[in-house]
Design a protein around this ligand. Structure first.
Ligand SMILES: CC(C)(COP(=O)(O)OP(=O)(O)OC[C@H]1O[C@@H](n2cnc3c(N)ncnc32)[C@H](O)[C@@H]1OP(=O)(O)O)[C@@H](O)C(=O)NCCC(=O)NCCS
Length: 136
């Protein structure tokens, strides 16, 4: 997702499909990455606007939204209804089910149906790859 002002790219974000396991059920998860706004354009609501579009996509195409956040962006997500996952998360290496604990600092999840949020989020990008399953 790209936002332009004329020819100038001023904000972007992406959604990557990942499998997130919760109690052995695989949830089709839209994992939000690369939300960023050009420095000169921050604190003017652009990040929120981009997230609004991201959340519409999550609502229409996924069972769950998840992301890993910086401390800076945490208030933005929480204000929008995202909830912190306070439990442990793991990366499952598919072949032998060996699990590696993730080291992420803050993870958030968001259900497309906000009243039933059961969010969980994997990993720093160094641990997770898009082919892995993630468990909580
Ligand atoms: C995080 C980021 C995307 C926010 O974009 P933005 O356009 O400034 O966000 P908004 O203007 O929509 O902010 C919405 C709310 O989020 C919170 N917020 C955003 N930036 C904040 C900051 N630097 N400090 C504290 N709260 C902040 C505020 O509650 C803000 O509402 P307010 O301005 O009415 O107080 C932008 O700062 C950025 O690109 N940072 C660098 C990349 C990054 O950290 N991306 C997040 C990856 S998880």
């Amino acid at each position: 997702m790209l936002a332009f002002d004329g020819n100038e790219l001023i904000a972007h974000a992406s959604v990557v499909e990942r499998g997130l396991l919760y109690q052995e059920r695989r949830l089709k998860t839209g994992y939000v990455e690369a939300l960023a706004v050009a420095p000169a354009r921050r604190r003017a609501g652009l990040g929120s606007k981009v997230m609004e579009q991201v959340e519409l996509m999550l609502q229409n195409e996924f069972e769950l939204g998840a992301l890993s956040t910086t401390d800076l962006a945490l208030p933005l997500y929480e204000r929008r209804g995202w909830q912190r996952w306070r439990g442990t998360t793991w990366v499952r290496r598919t072949a032998h089910d060996a699990r590696q604990r993730t080291t992420t600092a803050s993870s958030c999840g968001r259900s497309p149906r906000p009243s039933t949020c059961t969010g969980a989020s994997p990993a720093t990008s160094g641990v997770a790859t898009s082919g892995d399953d993630h468990g909580a």
